[in-house]
Design a protein around this ligand. Structure first.
Ligand code: ADP
Ligand code: MG
Length: 502
């Protein structure tokens, strides 16, 4: 059993980047240490070193105060270290038990002792509250369940230190709560845990200590009970961060966007949006809160013209737009920040400059682009990149190499450039670090002050509360309540869970 793991003076260079700069980190059995930092701070690199995927240029690793060498992930596992990656590494066509058994040493070949594996797996599952069916195929499982399989897999191999790289990024709020219960049980059973995140709320909720990384260095180390979200945010970003926005009360005037009795089918041809009505006034942010999968995506797609409305109407400034083409909708003074920014927001292979002037979604990714006036394109792109503080090596850089936050800023820049009357923002800051999140929020608030009607769809309840004038909670395709943003979170939670409706 691991009593302690210590990383001492770890330095790792990549060409042109000092990813880890003399980092020290210690974690003890029975403890959850959070590793907090913005995208690119060096968190994954440090953990890949601990997990034997990279060799450090300098520094050493001690387990139970003895210096060790960790030369591969298998070696790490042998020494009791397991890692749950950001992207799972399960085989979809195999069952849960087959995945757990995969690579285990067995006298009779790896997949022949499945009964034994299954039995021990169920014991572990019971001990830690990791319910999962051993005979289910991985492709059948929800993301949260796949994550449990990854954890079981590591525990099965007797990992007593678990490294969790942004484990909550893929989970719904309810799944996060369950997941935290599992982590607490692991802690009670003497496991050591390193929890990587850039979400302050979660770090405050689950960790015992926090190490903050910025630009490859440790910039803070605190006991969680001695710190605050504000202080952590400041360490992480290197400056004061605004999380509460002052805004003038919105006026109830003639709405710009009106949705009436809208029904939209989901991918399985069942109604995902059911007879839904809402309106958004100029200078107002209407926030849609809800657990993912309650029709938010289908609602957004119907408004953007990417999915058919079976019944009902959607009007913008009195003109019907339901079932019009995305190109037509975009020409109706409507801007769209899509949830799937890599699929719908940008053309991955195109440069930053080209993406900055892409206008209509229906041209993606099929149309041929003819740029008559390169210098005009570059001028506009340069201005947007500058105004929106998009960090990019150059305008010619393919957009796919930028971080999520910078791609999102560029999409926002492009969409707001069109001075829309109505803006649909779907999960505008998902996967975006807090510096960029603050920036995006600031721009949305500015846009609101200019009289744009904004429909904000977000699974991040804090974001909805921070920005919205009214909060509409969506549950199973319906709006079950429209509430002021001052409503207590617990009460909003009841609406989100379908336990209450107005
Ligand atoms: N394999 C690699 N090759 C080159 N540069 C890398 C590699 N992995 C990470 N980096 C760079 O190292 C820095 C830290 O990255 P990373 O450890 O992934 O940060 P985090 O996990 O905190 O987001 C970033 O600047 C990143 O671009
Ligand atoms: Mg990372």
């Amino acid at each position: 059993m691991i009593q302690s793991v210590e990383l001492k003076n770890i330095t790792k260079r990549f060409p042109g980047v000092l990813a880890n700069d003399h980092i020290n980190l210690r974690v003890n059995a029975g403890e959850i240490v959070a590793l907090l930092g913005e995208n690119g701070a060096g968190k994954s690199t440090l953990m890949k070193i601990l997990y034997g995927m990279y060799r450090p240029d300098e520094g050493e690793i001690c387990i139970n105060d003895q210096a060790v060498t960790i030369s591969s992930p298998n070696d790490a596992l042998r020494q009791g270290i397991g890692m749950i990656h950001q992207h799972f590494q399960l085989v979809p066509g195999f069952t849960v038990v087959e995945n757990v058994a995969l690579g285990l040493k067995s006298s009779r070949g790896p997949l022949t002792d499945l009964d034994v594996v299954s039995r021990r797996m169920l014991e572990l599952a019971k001990q830690y509250g990791l319910q999962v069916d051993p005979s289910a195929y991985v492709w059948q499982l929800a993301v949260g369940q796949q994550q449990r399989v990854e954890i079981i897999k590591a525990l099965y191999r007797n990992a007593s230190l678990l490294i969790l790289d942004e484990p909550t990024a893929v989970l719904t709020p309810n799944e996060v709560d369950e997941f935290f219960n599992i982590l607490r049980r692991l802690r009670e059973n003497g496991h050591a845990l390193i929890f990587i995140s850039h979400k302050l709320q979660e770090v405050m909720a689950i960790s015992d200590r926090v190490t903050v990384l910025r630009g490859g260095r440790v910039v803070g180390e605190v006991a969680t009970r001695d710190t605050t979200k504000q202080e952590l945010a400041q360490m992480m970003v290197g400056r004061q961060v605004i999380t509460r926005w002052e805004k003038q009360a919105a006026q109830e005037t003639e709405p710009i966007l009106r949705v009436q009795n809208l029904t939209v089918l989901g991918d399985k041809n069942l109604p995902a949006v059911k007879n839904l009505s809402l309106h958004v006034c100029p200078g107002e942010i209407l926030g849609i809160a809800g657990v993912s999968g309650n029709g938010q995506r289908e609602l957004a797609e119907a408004i953007a013209g990417l999915r058919r409305a079976t019944t009902g109407s959607i009007t913008s400034e009195g003109r019907e737009i339901a079932n019009h083409s995305p190109a037509h909708i975009i020409h109706s003074n409507i801007a769209f920040i899509p949830e799937e920014r890599m699929l719908m927001g940008v053309v991955r292979e195109f440069s930053v400059a080209q993406n900055a002037i892409l206008e209509t979604h229906d041209q993606l990714p099929y149309s041929r682009y003819t740029f008559f006036n390169f210098s005009a394109v570059n001028q506009t792109a340069a201005r947007l990149v500058n105004d929106f503080e998009v960090k990019t090596p150059s305008l010619e850089t393919p957009i796919k190499v930028l971080s999520g936050g910078n791609i999102q800023k560029l999409i926002l820049a492009r969409e707001l450039e069109r001075a829309p009357r109505f803006l649909l923002a779907a999960q505008p800051t998902r996967g975006v670090d807090i510096g960029a999140t603050e920036y995006i929020h600031r721009r949305l608030i500015e846009q609101r002050a200019r009289g744009t009607a904004i429909l904000l769809i977000s699974e991040d309840l804090e974001e909805v509360i921070a920005l919205s004038d009214r909060v509409a909670v969506m549950y199973e395709g319906e709006i079950v309540g429209v509430l002021p943003p001052t409503t207590p979170v617990e009460e909003l939670g009841l609406y989100m869970a379908g336990a209450k409706r107005a």
